[in-house]
Design a protein around this ligand. Sequence first.
Ligand SMILES: Cc1cc2nc3c(=O)[nH]c(=O)nc-3n(C[C@H](O)[C@H](O)[C@H](O)COP(=O)(O)OP(=O)(O)OC[C@H]3O[C@@H](n4cnc5c(N)ncnc54)[C@H](O)[C@@H]3O)c2cc1C
Ligand code: FES
Length: 295
Amino acid sequence: MSHPPSKRRSLVVETVRVIARDPYPAGQYRLSLQAPRIAERAQPGMFIHLGCDEIGQFRRPMSILGAKDGVLEILFKIVGTGTQLLSQCAVGVRLSAIGPIGTPFMPDPEATWIMAIGGGTGIPPLLFLLEKLAGLKTDQHLVFFGGSEIPFPFDTPIRRTPFPGLDEVASRSLSRLDRIGVPSALASRADLPGTYSGYVTDLFSHWLTQAKITEQDHCQVFSCGPRPLMATVQEIARRHGFGGALCLEENMACAVGGCAGCAVPIRESDGLAMRRVCVDGPVFPIDRVLFGESS
Ligand SMILES: Cc1cc2nc3c(=O)[nH]c(=O)nc-3n(C[C@H](O)[C@H](O)[C@H](O)COP(=O)(O)OP(=O)(O)OC[C@H]3O[C@@H](n4cnc5c(N)ncnc54)[C@H](O)[C@@H]3O)c2cc1C
Ligand code: FES
């Protein structure tokens, strides 16, 4: 998959209304926001910069989990002041949102396999990607692997969509993928029922071995989550010769390209370059992201 130079898309500033608020264990929340102008422009991998209360003094970046019929879905976990304020927004509250921001995932339509590996609050953009691809009804094989150390903020019944090789080690799946025929498997080190006991990257590696997937299968791997997870996915992709992309969730200030506060080193054909995660990313080709190495 080639990664075109950053193309600025038009950003919308929109007053959005909370129309559903669903709390989940361990301080996780899913909000549905009436946001017709942003929703119609949203692509998987893009995010919004969302005011966390009606006054709008804190804006925080949030990935888009879904965008349909004028409604945006987001999922977040409380980590500090902004997300704490956001968690208190009741149905009917109006918030200011800027978006959709950033470069979306651009999967290769010729790829045979699209594999998505997400951890924690990195799961939302991957579900948006798979749901969109599933709607295209192509011959591509779509699979999802999710990891969490707290209960998943989704229904996780016993899998109905077959996922050969994984029923013994990870029997539960995400119902929202199951019902559209996308196999998914879950991992946790927190003894969550029906999950693989270990890291999601180990589950992914286990499946690659079971399914005898090779470079010749034309696979693309997409990932979002904690940096150690994405670093491991990058290494697995490198070993198998898979392409794909990573979605970075760096700390941000302006989120619209003005402050360079989110810049990270990215490998380019002529060396390293500092790229802004907010507008040059958050999605970058999998082989271009640096995790700790110097070049
Ligand atoms: C493009 C993008 C998409 C995101 N999507 C989601 C999402 O879908 N769901 C979700 O729950 N979160 C998401 N995040 C992270 C979310 O924006 C932060 O958790 C949030 O800004 C924290 O704000 P706060 O005021 O609650 O906490 P703060 O008080 O700002 O921070 C609390 C603690 O969390 C750390 N922290 C803050 N932001 C980040 C970050 N991005 N990465 C690592 N540590 C951080 C701080 O250093 C601090 O230790 C995303 C971030 C980016 C950049
Ligand atoms: S956060 Fe300001 S340039 Fe990205």
